[in-house]
Write a protein that binds this ligand. Sequence first.
Ligand code: 5GP
Length: 195
Amino acid sequence: MELLKDKILNDGIVLNENVLKVDSFINHQMDPFLMKEIGKEFARIFREENITKILTIESSGIAPAIMAGLELEVPVIFARKRQSLTLTNDLFSAEVYSYTKQETSKITVSNKYIGKGDNVLIIDDFLANGQAAIGLAELVKKANANVSGIGILIEKSFQPGADTIRAKGYRLESLARILSLQDKNVQFVEEVIQK
Ligand code: 5GP
């Protein structure tokens, strides 16, 4: 998706060869126009999958997920990373090791909102080792629902997540695929293929 790639090139900050900072348009300040276009793009890609629910994880997945939900006209659920006083029982849970926080947390979702017969689209901001997406897919399976696809804003293709997810048989669609963050430069996968 050219708009997202341009934004990454213009406003993304390469912290090191493994981590891209996108605090000015995704992870802290958010760009509503970009999120709207991302929602449209996910809707275009997954329209034929008869999606009934979108599942993401708090907090950075929520904005793109809600925009995709608006376009596909389906509810959006976010898995929680912390226990809530009001969400206590009847939860599905999965363990997820956080790439950025380097700690394992239990993610949960209420059994009220995903169930048998649901076709679920999973959305997240980044794909690194695939832990978050796989944890979300586990929640969907525990709910006896179907994982119809996984939509990622920024895939770091040089890390193992994409292969791990595809090896599990899931449909993975990433809007920007980064081949390398070496030398403080963002290089996209397509750029190299076109050369
Ligand atoms: P994974 O679970 O695939 O290993 O990592 C994905 C999660 O880690 C995402 O939800 C995202 O929050 C975080 N993440 C992974 N890599 C990056 C990165 O390069 N930049 C930022 N901002 N977040 C990342």
